[in-house]
Structures are given as C-alpha cells and as structure tokens.
Write a protein that binds this ligand. Sequence first.
Ligand SMILES: C[S@@+](CC[C@H](N)C(=O)[O-])C[C@H]1O[C@@H](n2cnc3c(N)ncnc32)[C@H](O)[C@@H]1O
Length: 259
Amino acid sequence: MASGSEHDEHFWTSRRARWFNQAVQISDFPAQTLKALEPVLVGCRSVLDVGAGVGALTLPLARSVEAVTAMEPSPTMLEALRENLAHAHLRNVTCIPAAWGKTEVPPHDLILVANVSPIFTDLLGFLTTAEPLARRAIALVQNVGPGTEKFYFGELYPLLLGRPYPPRDDYLKTVTLLHSLGIYADVQIIGYHFDQPFADLAEAVDFWKEQMRLADPEQERRLVGYLQTKLQRVGSRLVAPMRRQSAVLTWRVAQRDRT
Ligand SMILES: C[S@@+](CC[C@H](N)C(=O)[O-])C[C@H]1O[C@@H](n2cnc3c(N)ncnc32)[C@H](O)[C@@H]1O
C-alpha cells in the first residue's frame, strides 16, 4: 500500500512516478527554473542534482554543462529518469541510486536541490554536509506557500475536506535560516504550469483519491462533480490545469581550495 508522505521511501509508487513524469513532460517548470539558474551556472562545468526525480532539471542541465550527477533514492523515479535520459540520448549524466547522506559524493561546481521536502525539513544538516562539496554555488528550489494555485489548493482541497489548505513551510523559512547563517541568497520567484494529464475521468479520480487519501463516498461524489466541470480536454487527454510558483534561491560559496 502506498504511503502518503514524501518522507516515506515507498511514497513514489510506480503509478505516482508515472503521473509525476507525465506532468513534468508538459510543464514549463524546467525552462523557467533553468532561466533563473542561468547567472549561477556561468562557469559551472559540473552539477549535482540532489533528489533528481524523473530528471525535470537533470535533462536541461545536462544540455548546458559538461557533467551532471543525479542523486535519486527511489527506484521508480530512477527508472523513469534513466528512460528519459536514454530517450534524449544524454550520456553525460551519472546516476547515484541513494538518498543524501547515504553515500559519498565528489565535489561539484553547483549543488542543486529542487522540491525535495525531506531535505528542506533538515536544511541545516544538509547545508553542513553539502557546503564543503560545492565548489562554486548552491541552488535551492522550493514552494511558495500553497501560493496562488487554485485548482487543488484553492478549490478542490477546501471543497472535499471542508477547510482551507493548511499553511505550510516554504522558502521564507529557508531564507530566514540562510540569513541567520550569514548567507544572503538571491531569491527569484518563478511561475509555471504544472498541469496533470489523464487518459480519462476515472484516472483523474484515482489520482486525487490516492493523493488525498479519500475513503468517504460523499467526498468521492464531490470530487467527481468538481473534476467533471474543471478538467480541460487537450487532444485525447483530460488535463487538470495547475499554475504554481516556486522560489529559486542561489548563492555563491566562499571560494577556497577544495582538492
Ligand atoms: C518531488 S520530487 C522532485 C524531483 C525534482 N528535483 C524536481 O524538481 O522535479 C522529490 C524527489 O526527491 C527524492 N528524495 C526524497 N528524499 C531524498 C533524500 N533524502 N535525498 C535525495 N533525494 C530524495 C524523491 O525520491 C523524489 O524523487
């Protein structure tokens, strides 16, 4: 049975990995993030993508620097990442099938963490071990609260659960932590589509039943009603339109000899 928390190593079932991959394939998240990373990528030859997932950022990074290391502990995400790399004929990516801290990694010019909630939970622990391995810079990509995303956070969640989506930690906590460490990161807020495509309505219902762990038939009835009016037809698929925001935090590490 699938667990509901991304902190659980079994969270990324093959079905969840497939849904995530399908959303990534039609999203402008990779392009918007790479644009925000452009200044910090100048002079970088190697990037370590921690929690690479299906390679949303690994792939475009591999097209712009000499070598990328993709660290990814989930076997299902890693499998999708490898397929995406093969499909794109990219051969300058080394995959490390492990979680951060579970194996040694060599220094890289840029260390990137995007949307890896277990790392943001213990960011100080991560930074303590990552900083000595970053030759030039570190970049973090994190959610902006629930932001202005309407479909799920603004409408579906309150409709089904009868309460607003709860406040959650976001990039502001990270900026505050960095500031207390004397790190004054550049902050860029990016907006992007992260639409979720489905083959049909039944698949969309399954997706949110799993995501929200719904068991009550009345909730399912409301879910179906909402999806029937809000999903958009795009070609042969139905798409849940989701517009999200993230913060891209970047800073250069102090230059010192790290041989
Ligand atoms: C939401 S996905 C984001 C993937 C990608 N960075 C992106 O932005 O599209 C989070 C990924 O981090 C991985 N992950 C979770 N805990 C991790 C850890 N401690 N170290 C490295 N990766 C981790 C998960 O397996 C998952 O693939």
